[in-house]
Unconditional design. Structure first.
Length: 428
């Protein structure tokens, strides 16, 4: 696979010719809605085996080979040139495909309005071949330890047909938000815990869940050790019943990090107790905050490096957003919330407003500004092939267990193309 960034004046047909493929292959793979109006700065994934590289000033076979992880002798051989032959600036070299790493892949799926829409079900079906786990969001824990189940529709069948393990997501959500009081009850009342674990085992066996996933957030800081004790108790019971157990962790960079979303999450304890964890490495840019990248690579790396200091890499799944935000400017704290959009929607917005897509190479994130028909200025940050490849590179560099997506139902075809190119997805 090759990532190509559209330049001024380029057409889909010229791009296809440069990569020895067809325009229709590129259009279909990237789900391009208007092939005759590409957006300058738009990142396309070219569906070819291997990739091409155009020689830049200062390049040598050795430096290019080192960049792509192959020997200069192999690079010369596959391009039918001599290792002694000087390279020409602009010369096209073929880069053979690299060996794919193994990775586990999870995706949350969140039905809204109490139903599973046909579109969400279809999105799940299309993504399932590239998933290890499918996580319907969520089973809401009640104050007596009973469970309020989400609509599942065909999710169990889709998982079974594609060799995907169902993940049972359990939350302390009450009245549409994470509840600190509900969390306190769950973590301190033995009777509630015992009833909860009985109900988890019963429901998991009935539906066919294989991993039990605790996503308990906004917990009282003073209940940190209570959460650890509960997880040990749950792990003992669930292991005896034959289930995996995982947890979701807020993005921390130290054990002393303060804040209601962070303090009760003990990275070291979760790393010791759980079979694996999901780091929620997104929402730096969020709907109620100022415009910025949702998951900038620097802060994401900092969270992972802290996690690696207290738990093994093979227990860490990197959280990744499948969405971006469209902010109305000027940003006013407590004012209008940003609108969540898919990467494909972001490209369509840029096209409709005839503005180029920019790329922040420090954050590894695409963005643009536009003026809406009502005269208001907007700023958009989203994900594209370049930003997701940066996350895949981080996973491979640090040897992480895999990646966990929030959430299905948002169009981002380039992600799935690159995922299949970078990894052999583990099936359980």
């Amino acid at each position: 696979m090759q990532i190509h960034v559209v330049q001024e004046g380029q057409t889909i047909y010229g791009i296809a010719q440069a990569y020895n493929t067809t325009a229709q292959e590129i259009i279909t793979s990237n789900e391009i809605s208007n092939p005759n109006q590409l957006v300058v700065g738009q990142a396309l994934v070219i569906p070819i085996v291997g990739s091409f590289y155009w020689v830049q000033p200062g390049d040598s076979l050795y430096s290019i080979g080192r960049r792509f992880g192959i020997s200069y002798q192999t690079l010369a051989r596959v391009n039918n040139i001599s290792v002694e032959q000087p390279l020409i600036i602009g010369q096209r070299l073929y880069i053979p495909p690299q060996i794919r790493s193994k990775a586990e892949v999870n995706a949350y799926v969140e039905p809204t309005g109490g139903t599973v829409s046909p579109y969400l079900e279809q999105s799940t079906r299309e993504s399932a071949p590239l998933l290890t786990y499918l996580a319907p969001f969520s089973y809401q824990i009640q104050r007596d330890g009973t469970l309020k189940a989400p609509p599942l529709n065909s999710f169990p069948q889709i998982a079974q047909e594609n060799g995907v393990a169902l993940m049972m997501v359990l939350t302390n959500i009450e009245e549409g938000r994470f509840s600190d009081e509900l969390g306190r009850i769950i973590l301190t009342d033995e009777n509630v815990q015992n009833n909860l674990l009985d109900n988890i085992v019963k429901s998991a066996n009935e539906v066919g869940f294989r991993d039990i996933h605790f996503d308990m957030e906004f917990l009282p800081p003073e209940n940190r050790e209570d959460y650890n004790r509960f997880l040990r108790k749950a792990k003992d019971r669930l292991s005896r019943e034959g289930f995996l157990m995982s947890t979701a962790l807020a993005p921390k960079t130290s054990s002393e990090q303060v804040g209601a979303w962070y303090e009760a999450h003990d990275y070291r304890a979760h790393g010791e107790i759980a079979d694996f964890v999901v780091l929620m490495t997104y929402e730096w840019g969020y709907s109620g905050g100022p415009p910025m990248p949702v998951s900038p690579i620097g802060p994401v790396r900092s969270v992972v490096e802290y996690a690696l200091s207290v738990m093994p890499a093979n227990k860490i799944m990197l959280g990744q957003n499948l969405y971006g935000y469209d902010w109305t400017l000027p940003f006013v704290p407590g004012g209008q919330y940003a609108r969540a959009i898919s990467p494909q929607q972001a490209i369509d917005i840029a096209r409709a407003n005839n503005v180029p897509i920019q790329y922040d190479y420090i954050a590894q994130a695409p963005h643009f500004n536009y003026t809406a028909t009502d005269g208001k200025e907007h700023e958009v940050w989203f994900e594209d092939a370049r930003s997701i490849q940066a996350k895949f590179d981080l996973i491979k560099e640090l040897g992480l267990r895999g990646i966990s997506y929030w959430k299905l139902g948002l169009d981002f075809p380039q992600n799935w193309l690159l995922l299949s190119s970078n990894f052999n997805v583990v099936k359980r």
